[in-house]
Write a protein that binds this ligand. Structure first.
Ligand SMILES: *Cc1c(COP(=O)(O)O)cnc(C)c1O
Length: 382
């Protein structure tokens, strides 16, 4: 190991702040001086700007956006806004952040977890089609499907959308890892009935604290969700429906307004880094991540897989390169869920295998060319 070089961290959320520090500091000062800290002008402006950015591709519907406290709540609020809770099954995958499954249970619904396509790590569309045609016995009726665009890679939405339409089931996109990704020239989050975005600091669009935002082309659904996020208020102090407290605060909204205009360029930088890693891997036994055709992958994470993952990670660590595992234990094998949560007919076999083999390289737009070169050099030695 070259001892003169500091460890290159797997993630560096502070770098995202430092890169835009003067602008962010000014926005924070403006929000502080306004004297209004929850659901005000900054939040409204961010919702409008995010909706406009999301819907800016030809053929996209007009989008509506509602800020909330985090990405988990965004999913829960969508389900509640659709009236999906107790007595409903919601289908998703086990290969995801536990938040996806936690949100389904927070809404009161029953999760059903499907397997993934091992090449793209996204929902197995064939298994979904068969589950919708022939639901597993003993579960409440299926009312919604939540595919997860994991690592920044789009799910194969075409057949999934068709199957949902045929079955009269809601399609909710988990967009926590895919801000700015596209499929067939459409931004993800504009294809289903609604989409949930996390704004956690390390996401492609990240606050400097917690945050989330819901997007939907359905104005009525957006209005309902906007009420549910604040005690079910349509008029102040009067709950027309039962709600929760899940609001995006003005400081985070002001910061996100600074960051949003940089997102497209930052995603392009992530893709540039991914290409450099791809090239470095060409002489190694590690195949680079698959990209779905007709997709714009935004590399929230750059994920490789190998049966001897732990040894490879240790060698990279010895070269001063930090790595991560997303995720080490699939949801259906975690203590809180194991033996209790329903699985699809494929039994999540590919999911369990992937969890033992995947690992992620440093991937954030602030990585310098020198840092990327360091990672590439270490990769070439594998
Ligand atoms: C981060 C994440 C969430 C949850 O977002 P929080 O803001 O942490 O609540 C949900 N789904 C996926 C796939 C995620 O990566």
């Amino acid at each position: 190991m070259n001892a003169s070089l500091p460890m290159l961290p797997f993630a560096d959320p502070g770098a995202g702040y430092r890169a835009l520090q003067p602008e962010i500091d000014a926005a924070v000062a403006r929000a502080l001086a306004s004297g209004w800290y929850i659901l005000g002008r900054e939040g409204e402006a961010f919702e409008a700007e995010f909706a406009a950015w999301l819907g800016n591709k030809p053929g996209a519907p007009r989008m509506h956006a509602v800020g909330c406290a985090n990405g988990t709540d965004a999913l829960m609020l969508i389900l509640r806004g659709m009236g999906i809770g107790e007595g409903s099954t919601v289908v998703t995958v086990s290969h995801t952040a536990v938040a996806t499954v936690a949100a389904i249970e927070m809404a009161g619904a029953t999760p059903l977890l499907l397997d993934i396509d091992p090449d793209t790590y996204t929902m197995d569309a064939d298994e979904l089609v068969s589950v919708l045609a022939d639901p597993p016995p003993g579960l409440p009726p299926i009312r919604a499907v939540i595919p997860v665009h994991i690592y920044g890679q789009p799910v194969e939405l075409g057949p999934i959308q068709q199957a949902c339409e045929a079955a009269g089931v809601m399609l909710i996109e988990d967009c926590a890892q895919c801000h700015g990704a596209e499929l067939g020239g459409r931004k993800l989050g504009t294809i289903g009935h609604a989409a949930a975005f996390s704004l956690y600091p390390t996401k492609n669009l990240g606050a400097l604290g917690d945050g989330g935002i819901i997007a939907t082309p359905d104005a009525e659904l957006a209005a309902r969700i906007g009420a549910i996020r604040q005690y079910g208020w349509v008029r102040r102090y009067i709950s027309d429906m039962t709600g929760v407290n899940s609001r995006l605060d003005e400081l985070q909204a002001a910061i996100l307004r600074v960051k949003l205009p940089h997102l497209d360029a930052q995603n392009a930088r992530r893709r540039e880094i991914a290409e450099a890693y791809d090239a470095a891997l060409s002489s190694t036994p590690l195949p680079p991540p698959r990209r779905r055709e007709d997709a714009y992958h935004v590399f929230h994470l750059y994920v490789l897989r190998h049966p001897e993952r732990d040894a490879i990670m240790a060698r990279l660590k010895a070269e001063g390169i930090g790595t991560g595992v997303h995720y080490p234990v699939p949801v259906h094998l975690q203590p809180a869920y194991e033996g209790r949560v329903a699985l699809g007919p494929a039994g999540c076999v590919e999911t369990a295998r992937a969890a033992q083999e995947v690992f992620s390289l440093p991937m954030y737009p602030e990585l310098t060319d020198e840092q990327v070169a360091r990672v590439c050099l270490a990769l070439r030695q594998l």
